[in-house]
Write a protein that binds this ligand. Structure first.
Ligand code: 0A1
Ligand code: ZN
Length: 879
């Protein structure tokens, strides 16, 4: 067996660099296979550092041509180069000096998509987290902030636009069809925010006037011919800029803001200073090719990257352990933005669903880690749901605890005090503690303790005394590396709903509980209310104020009371969802034991009533009707999972709801918005409800005819994919399904983003047969294995979005993923590692599947030389 390898980085080992970088000038001569990079860095020795201390720069897969000190070649005895560093000795004791590093790169063969690479002929960089060291030797760490000047030279017909961070300095022509452009970024920044783009692209332009009256040029670069699909992104950008001024008082700080959409990208997008680079999936949209979900994602990600300008760029992270300092906070900010642009309740419901679907399982499995990890082997593996989504929930809790005013004061203080800094979570929390006068020491455990806390809740109503008691008890299970946990500060928003549906407003005894929030800070606490006019129903963790699991015996009647009367829409949905979940869990267990499945009459009635309730927002009704997914039910069951039983149970419940509500659903299925397509929340909500109703009606009718007619009549991508999914998932192999697939494929041939949807829908078709279909699709001639979006659409959707297909009882799904991960790892380790995390919950399956999953994981471990990325994930998953 392979022994464990790889260096472990530790938070507690933080140490500043020995030398301070003052500025850096970079010159690039772009060429597909021989790009020349000259880096001139001005440095001085940090005060107190020994006179014989050497300068150690990071590097990765670089070819070093030469290195100079103050313009003269350095004697070979005074420097060393190895796989990952350049070490220079004999440097001046106190005076500033200049180091020049000359390297040669091959963008065309850079398949890792880190550093400088080419995508569809466009030169492009990705430097977060450690990609800059693949461009030149440098201090590639976030606490080294420098002012950058960049000159780019290229053949005009190879790269028409030459872009980098900051403000434009100038451009000009050389002979032989070559030209150059120069950029200066006045804001000191870490290397991970460096960016360069060179290529022949289409350009969409606009302007934005900031709150102090400065005009900013806005430029979005896309592939030629796709300019017409950049309008929504531009609009979202302008709305983001305005919102950050209004809500956080943050103004943009350069003359120009540029954004480039590329088709090969490992993640969603990147916040490089003044030059965001995006996965084109999160920029390009028109009604014909993008769904409502795509529009919502574009809006959110454009905002996210823009908001990083303050939370991430102006104030960055001291080290990568502090990643949540920029990510959790920026996700919090983009959530708040989207909530303001759309229905806040519907947005929150979607967030809760996502958090539970991705972050909760991560926190409950072998990859669990604190929001701020204390060790890592490969930082790329920490761009996780925990750092991002739970990190955002932690910021949200700070706001819940402090209230809106003190939260804003804390943010203002943070911006004022740390502008220009590379900061830490301690710095961040200190601002809120100071602004509010609150002690946040116990709260800070949210950053250091992994795992989802559980809170068990019991209530006691005394009719004679008219008193009501709520007892809360917290617990937190051990996670890898953390066997003992301390008690946390858990803010639980609550309401007491009286029999007539109104709310009881009295304050309880027994602990802090202002503004409708119980502050659970001890292991067990009882909050007592007196003078309550009638038996209240407790609505707890309203709006999902804390990311915890609530264990509470609440009767179906009480849940229905909340669903009917709670003043908070999110809580009404939570109550409905809880009711559905309970039923689905019970039925799944019966199905696993081969028992007869009970009827779902009550659940069907409440959901059909909700569907028909015209006083409710359509988007809310669609969320209510969307039953917990099979993976949600599996998570709730927790162990010994049989995905086939869950599927059978869920299908049976769906069918009963569908039959009970056929009349309602067939009416709603036809109620799509009229008039030209608008991606706005209202119309999107109507389409969501119509699509859900179409699915139910098709189930009840057990006929593909209605969905096929909807597919043929559809005039936007949302309606089209809704219908296609119904056909392929509910009527697999039918003539209608095959005809729709063929029509879609020929209509969108050559449109990669649209075709990704075609692959994803097929990959998620339930049933053991799907792995054979995925194998066949992998072999189809237009399948581009080098494109991360395409791999995620097929392999990612199959492994993370198809419980019965991927976990087929013969293990074929696991073997497919293992084989692909090993293959992808040779080209693109980040992508391979990310796809592999789909197996993180393998130990929660029934023994036969567990055994097959383990075999597949071991086959990866034994496969030969693995990247640090995949090696780290495999090691933790098998530990
Ligand atoms: N900071 C980006 C996420 C990101 C991280 C790593 C990357 O490397 C391929 C790319 C992007 C964000 O939060 O949007
Ligand atoms: Zn981010």
């Amino acid at each position: 067996m392979r022994t464990e390898t790889g260096q472990v980085y530790k938070l507690k080992d933080y140490k500043p660099t020995d030398f301070v970088v003052e500025r850096i000038d970079l010159t690039f001569e772009l060429d597909p296979s021989e790009t020349k990079v000259v880096s001139r860095v001005i440095l001085h020795r940090r005060e107190g550092v020994a006179a014989d201390a050497a300068l150690v720069f990071d590097g990765d897969e670089l070819t070093l041509d030469s290195v100079q000190l103050d313009g003269n070649d350095i004697d070979p005895s005074l420097f060393d180069v190895d796989e990952e560093s350049l070490t220079i000795r004999g440097l001046p004791e106190s005076a500033p000096f200049e180091i020049t590093v000359n390297t040669t790169l091959s963008p065309d063969t850079n398949t890792k998509l880190m550093g400088l690479y080419r995508t569809n002929g466009v030169y492009c960089t990705q430097c977060e987290a450690e990609g800059f060291r693949r461009i030149t030797y440098f201090y590639d760490r976030p606490d080294v902030l420098a002012v950058y000047t960049v000159t780019i030279i290229a053949a005009k017909d190879d790269a028409k636009y030459l872009l980098s961070n900051g403000n434009f300095l100038g451009s000009g022509n050389y002979d032989e069809g070559r030209h150059f452009a120069a950029w200066f970024d006045p804001h000191p920044k870490p290397s991970y925010l460096f960016a360069l783009v060179g290529g022949d692209l289409g350009l969409v332009e606009d302007t934005f006037t900031t709150m102090s009256g400065k005009e900013v040029a806005l430029k979005i670069y896309v592939e030629h011919g796709k300019e017409g699909r950049a309008g929504y992104a531009m609009d979202a950008l302008k709305r983001s800029m305005k919102w950050d001024e209004e809500v956080f008082g943050r103004e943009y700080d350069l003359d120009i803001f540029q954004l480039v959409a590329v088709s090969d990208f490992n993640m969603g997008a990147m916040e490089n200073k003044g030059l965001n680079v995006f996965n084109d999936k999160y920029v390009l949209a028109d009604p014909e090719t993008a769904t409502d979900a795509d529009y919502a994602n574009i809006e959110a990600i454009i905002a996210h990257e823009y908001f990083h300008n303050w939370t991430g760029n102006r104030i960055t992270c001291r080290d990568w352990f502090q990643l949540c300092l920029k990510e959790g906070l920026t996700v919090y900010r983009d959530h708040a933005f989207s909530a303001d642009q759309r229905s806040a309740a519907v947005k929150r419901i979607a967030e809760i669903r996502l958090l539970k679907a991705h972050q909760f399982p991560e926190d409950a499995g072998p990859l669990a880690h604190p929001v701020r990890p204390e060790t890592y082997k490969e930082i790329n593996n920490f761009y996780t749901a925990t750092v991002y989504e739970k990190g955002s929930e932690v910021v949200r809790m700070i706001r819940t605890i402090l209230g809106a005013d003190d939260f804003r004061k804390g943010m203002d203080l943070y911006f004022e005090r740390h502008d220009g800094d590379a900061s830490t979570i301690e710095d961040f929390l200190a601002c809120f503690a100071e602004a509010s006068g609150r002690d946040l020491k116990q709260f800070a455990l949210w950053y250091s303790q992994a795992g989802t806390p559980s809170v068990s809740v019991s209530t006691d109503w005394n009719e004679a005394a008219k008193s009501f008691k709520v007892t809360l008890e917290q617990s937190l299970a051990p996670t890898p590396g953390q066997s003992r946990k301390a008690l946390m500060h858990i803010p639980l928003a609550y309401g007491l709903i009286l029999p007539d549906g109104s709310e009881f407003n009295g304050q309880p005894q027994g602990g802090e509980a202002g503004n409708g929030v119980f502050h659970l800070t001890k292991r067990k606490q009882t909050f007592s209310f007196t003078d309550v006019p009638g038996r209240p129903v407790l609505s707890i963790n309203r709006g999902f104020s804390a990311p915890v699991n609530i264990a509470m015996e609440q009767s179906a009647d009480d849940l229905a009371h909340i669903a009917r009367h709670d003043s908070d829409g999110v809580s009404r949905w939570q109550a409905l969802n809880e009711q559905a979940m309970r039923h689905l869990v019970a039925v799944s267990k019966l199905a696993r034991d081969g028992r007869k499945l009970p009827a779902a009459k009550e659940l069907a009635k409440i959901l059909v009533d909700t569907a028909a309730d015209e006083s409710l927002e359509p988007a809310f009704r669609a969320q209510a009707l969307a039953l917990p997914a099979e993976s949600d039910i599996a998570r709730e069951i927790g162990s010994n999972i049989d995905p086939d039983a869950i599927h059978t149970a869920r299908e049976a419940v769906l069918s009963e709801i569908a039959t009970a509500g056929l009349a309602v659903f067939s009416k709603l299925a036809d109620r799509a918005p009229t008039g030209p397509y608008s991606p706005a929340a209202e119309d999107a909500g109507l389409r969501a409800l119509a699509g859900t109703a179409l699915a139910y009606a098709s189930i009840a009718e057990a006929e593909p005819v209605r969905a096929k007619a909807a597919f043929d009549a559809s005039n936007n991508m949302t309606a089209m994919t809704q219908a296609l999914q119904i056909l392929v998932h509910q009527f697999p192999g039918s003539d209608e399904a095959e005809a729709a697939l063929a029509a879609f494929k020929s209509r969108f041939a050559g449109d990669a983003l649209a075709l990704d949807k075609w692959y994803a829908i097929q990959a998620m078709a339930p049933g053991a047969g799907t792995s054979a279909r995925v194998e066949a699709l992998l072999e189809s001639p237009d399948f581009d294995r080098k494109n991360p979006n395409r791999m995620r659409a097929l392999i990612g959707s199959f492994s993370a979005g198809n419980p019965t297909g991927f976990n087929a009882p013969d293990g074929a799904g696991y073997r497919l993923l293992a084989r692909e991960v090993i293959d992808i790892d040779k080209r693109n380790p980040q992508l391979a590692a990310r796809l592999l995390t789909a197996m993180r919950s393998w130990r929660s399956f029934e023994p036969r599947r567990q055994k097959l999953a383990r075999q597949a994981l071991v086959s990866i471990r034994e496969a030969g030389k693995l990247s640090p990325d995949v090696g780290d994930i495999i090691e933790r998953m098998l530990a």
